[in-house]
Structures are given as C-alpha cells and as structure tokens.
Design a protein around this ligand. Structure first.
Ligand SMILES: C[S@@+](CC[C@H](N)C(=O)[O-])C[C@H]1O[C@@H](n2cnc3c(N)ncnc32)[C@H](O)[C@@H]1O
Length: 236
C-alpha cells in the first residue's frame, strides 16, 4: 500500500498527541493528497459529510517486539490483550481515527480533532456513516471503568504574556483551547505520575509539548493541577 498523502498536524511529537480523536476538539490537521490521485476529482462529494475516518500508519513506532498484552495509560499499570485496546503497537501498525471535516480543499482536507503526529502517512479516508456506524448502547469493556478526576490548567504570568504574543502571530488558531485540552488529558506516561510537588521524583517533573511552532513548558503541581510555565516559539 502507498500513502495517499501525509498529514500536517499541530502535534509535532508523539508526546502530547491525544490518545484518541475528538479529545482536543480544536486540534488542527491538514491532509494533502498526492497529485497523481487527482484529488480534486477524488474528493468530489466529500463536502456533504461532516466527519471522516482516517486510516493511517503508526510510522513513528520504535518498539519492534511483539507483546500480546499491553499497558494502556488509562489502566494505570494493569495489562490487557492488545486487541482490546487501541495501542499503536499491533501486528500491523494501522491507526483509525474519526475526525471532523473543517474544509475540503482542491488538493486535500483540513480536519479538527485528530490524534495523529505531524508527518503521519495516510492510507485512506472514508466518510463516516452514522446510520450504520453509531451504536449509542454499545458495550465499552474496560474503558467504562476508567474514572478520572478533571484536571485544571493554569498559566503563569509569563506564559500568559507569551501566549498573547504567540496568538498574535497565529490569529486563526485557538491556541489557548488547544493547550488546555491537551494538558487536561495528562500527556505524561504513567511512570512520571505520583511525584507531583515532591523533590523525590526519579524522573523530571517539568515537561514540554510541541504544538505548531511552539514549545509549551508545564508542570503538574498536584495530580489534578497543571501550570503552564513558559511558551517558546519561533521568532521571525
Ligand atoms: C492510542 S493511539 C490511537 C490512534 C487511533 N485513534 C486508533 O485508535 O488507531 C494514539 C496515539 O498514537 C500515537 N501516534 C500518533 N501518531 C503516530 C504515528 N504516526 N506513529 C506512531 N505513533 C503515533 C500518539 O502517541 C497518540 O497519542
């Protein structure tokens, strides 16, 4: 299979990319389709749909060894069979994401809510058909047992100043909402959690996610409170 194109996404690294689509509603992504596939023709009619499935490749997977059981971050350390999860580490590393169409362009689409890293190869797009694909009373296995306290996001004075400057350079992007929704998902791997506000953490307590051309530096002060400390962005 050959990718039909590559995604341009606000999420520059795996770290910080949401674990499912729709969790960061304003997440921005654009798919440009290969010219030889005649995108203008191939996309005709898609503007009538609000959502599409993206089928794609976990091209940044590093771990090659097969594990039949995996540790989803939301299970806090417990393991479960890989086919009962959406782990990137699968026999065929294929991803599936339901995203909202923002705009159908001549040579591609702009979508919101994607959980894909910048540069991800896309294999296919298919329209979402709610009359057959929406099953409101479906059983949801172990995921229905996961309860999480809501996380509050605060900004330091410095971060607020920098956010205002960064926003001026990107007037069409809801940067604050994207930062808040990204951090509310607690992007930290499980091993980093539980040491908030202590000096005894075996790993660092400060982290950064890359969004667009910015680095968002943050620290969890408690398990449910995160503070944005600094924002570094490219000054032209
Ligand atoms: C749990 S997977 C779910 C993906 C998709 N919704 C699915 O169910 O197949 C989402 C995670 O995959 C990782 N990811 C996103 N794009 C990737 C890529 N191109 N290569 C490897 N990992 C990626 C990010 O860390 C993201 O949080």
């Amino acid at each position: 299979m050959e990718p039909i194109g590559f995604i341009e996404s606000c999420f520059r690294d795996k770290f910080g990319t949401p674990r499912q689509p729709g969790l960061v509603k304003n997440a921005w992504a654009r798919l440009k389709i290969r010219a030889d596939l005649q995108p203008e023709e191939a996309l005709q009619g898609l503007e009538g749909f609000s959502h599409v499935w993206l089928i794609w490749v976990f091209h940044q997977n590093k771990v090659a060894r097969y594990h039949a059981k995996v540790h989803p971050p939301r299970m806090g350390g417990k393991s479960i069979g890989l086919f009962a999860t959406r782990t990137p580490h699968r026999p065929n590393p294929i991803g599936l994401s339901l995203v909202e169409i923002v705009k159908v362009e001549k040579d591609g689409i702009i979508v919101s809510g994607a959980d894909l890293v910048d540069g991800t190869p896309i294999l296919d797009i298919k329209p979402y058909l709610p009359e057959v694909e929406s099953i409101p009373d479906a059983r949801t296995g172990w995921t229905s047992e996961v309860i999480k306290d809501p996380i509050q996001v605060e900004f330091s004075e410095k971060a607020l100043d920098l956010l205002a400057q960064w926003q001026q350079r990107n007037p069409d992007k809801p940067l604050r909402a994207i930062i808040e929704d990204t951090l509310k998902l607690d992007p930290r791997p499980v091993v980093y959690r539980g040491y908030e506000g202590t000096d005894t953490a075996p790993y660092r307590n400060k982290h950064a996610v890359r969004l667009f051309d910015g680095d968002i530096h943050f620290e969890f002060e408690t398990p449910t409170q995160v503070r944005v400390l600094d924002i570094l962005f490219t000054h032209n």
